[in-house]
Design a protein. Structure first.
Length: 260
């Protein structure tokens, strides 16, 4: 295995910058420094564009990108409805749909240049150059992605969570990172992962709420029924990650050129 000092240093610098911004009221902009960091380390390592994941991917890959948030968010909403945990009498559904669309459309290009470009783009390519196998890269990029999110829920005003919900959120961030990592492995594209990331954020934030805020579904017990801070969301995401991994393994077994 080659030197991993550069990828480790990049992640630690990113965490330090974001934590500082979260602690000083700049959370809205805290993902933006990932773009110059990605560009800097990409330049220093002279990584090919295709290795960093700036390729389009196949149409089928985008189908997987859409299926993930659609299935998990729909099942989570159905569970909350059946449990009598939704309160939508005063919900403006036209506004909710608009919020989903705006959040998703806004997140996709930003994610390409920040979170996805950094973690599933440069960091992925850097770890690959260091000699790690694909599944190990999925794990380590997911861990880095989760650690980078800690300051958001512990330091950022308006986003901090009750202490009991923080471990669930961090675990969920790691699982989400693993799902997008698997999509990256399957498609070779951070554009594909960014589409999935954007659709997830659009639906999760508008319908289930972000931080302690309640979304359009009116779910107050987010510790149980939330998709990012709740047990239901964590279980569903784990199940989807396992299913996606098993499907990918089956695809590899039938392929003449299996993934390493």
């Amino acid at each position: 295995m080659r030197n991993v000092i550069r990828p480790l240093s990049g992640v630690l610098i990113a965490i330090a910058i974001t934590a500082t911004m979260d602690a000083t009221g700049l959370t809205v902009f805290s993902a933006l420094p990932l773009f110059p960091l990605m560009a800097l380390f990409w330049y220093l390592e002279r990584l090919p564009r295709t290795k960093v994941g700036f390729v389009w991917g196949r149409w089928a890959d985008y189908g997987l990108a859409v299926i993930f948030p659609l299935i998990v968010l729909s099942i989570a909403a159905a569970i909350a409805v059946m449990a009598g945990q939704t309160h939508t009498a005063s919900t403006d559904w036209g506004k909710a749909v608009l919020n989903v669309s705006i959040n998703a459309a806004g997140t996709i290009p930003v994610a390409i240049l920040t979170e996805e470009g950094f973690f599933r783009g440069w960091l992925w390519a850097s770890l690959e150059r260091s000699g790690l196998k694909i599944l190990n890269i999925v794990v380590w990029t997911s861990v880095a992605f989760a650690l980078w999110h800690i300051s958001e829920v512990t330091l950022a005003k308006g986003y901090t969570l009750p202490p009991t919900q923080i471990p669930i959120f961090i675990a969920n961030a790691a699982v989400l990172g693993a799902i997008w990592g698997l999509l990256r492995a399957i498609s070779g594209s951070v554009i594909v992962t960014s589409v999935s990331h954007g659709l997830w954020n659009g639906g999760a934030y508008a319908l289930f709420g972000v931080g302690t805020r309640v979304g359009a579904l009116g779910i107050a017990d987010k510790a149980t029924y939330g998709v990012e801070v709740g047990i239901v969301g964590l279980v569903l995401n784990v199940l989807f990650a396992v299913a996606l991994w098993r499907w990918w393994m089956l695809q590899n077994q039938s392929s003449p050129n299996p993934a390493p």
